[in-house]
Ligand binder design. Structure first.
Ligand code: CA
Length: 228
């Protein structure tokens, strides 16, 4: 089956290099050169992943991603960001992007990140049973997370981290455990990215419910414990 990738990028040289490179890897590639067209295509087409530039005409990448997530479209998103510091990692992840890459990037690295995102999506749908920790449950098939009867919306990466921690309930999980198991590729960025995700997860799964499921084990890592 063809793997379909949507590239949303207004720089023509970057867009055509991506199209050529990804086609050579065997992907079916569509390109949109502005945010509105990208959003429309992402809604209408059934893509396996989206490569999304941040600075785009008409609608920027943050808004495209946020709109898709608000509409319940969970296609993995790899964001392309400029080097000049316009991009804030936490803000990008807040919009529901799964990963990001700073321009200029090497195609080899981009292809590896993309494979990791695609694999993650595939694993999630293939995995049959749901994970449960106390009244917290995760269903990889429908990508849903619940605390009791309340549905909680998680991005693909948040979901993957929580699923990993739920499988390790009661055990200490280090940042590198999470990076190794959730990011899949050789992670070269700031390992503190894990803290950003843990903070976001707590805001979603714990704080609104007065729970403390994820505790910090000082200097070591984190532990998920449904009873605490
Ligand atoms: Ca751009």
């Amino acid at each position: 089956m063809e793997v379909r990738i949507l590239v949303v990028e207004d720089e023509r040289t970057v867009a055509s290099a991506l199209r050529r490179g990804l086609r050579a890897e065997g992907y079916d590639v569509d390109v949109a050169d502005n945010g509105e067209d990208g959003l429309w295509r992402a809604r209408e087409g059934s893509y396996d992943a989206i490569i999304l530039d941040v600075m785009l005409p008409k609608l920027n990448g943050y808004k495209v991603c946020r709109t898709l997530r608000d509409e319940g479209i969970w296609t993995p998103v790899l964001m392309l960001t400029a080097k000049d510091g316009e991009f804030d990692v936490a803000e990008g992840l807040d919009t529901g992007a799964d990963d990001y890459l700073t321009k200029p990037f090497s195609f080899v690295v981009l292809a590896a990140r993309l494979r990791a995102l695609l694999r993650r999506g595939g694993e999630n749908t293939a995995e049959g049973s749901s994970f449960v920790a106390g009244d917290l449950s995760l269903d990889p098939k429908s990508h849903t997370c619940r605390r009791g009867d309340t549905a909680i919306e998680l991005t693909a990466k948040e979901f993957a981290i929580l699923a990993y921690m739920v499988r390790r309930t009661g055990q200490i999980t280090t940042k590198s455990d999470i990076l190794d198991n959730v990011w899949d590729y050789e992670f070269e960025g700031d390992p503190n990215i894990v803290e950003v995700y843990i903070r976001r997860l707590r805001k979603k799964i714990d704080e609104p419910f007065g729970a403390r499921t994820i505790t910090t084990v000082r200097g070591v890592g984190y532990r998920l414990d449904p009873e605490s």
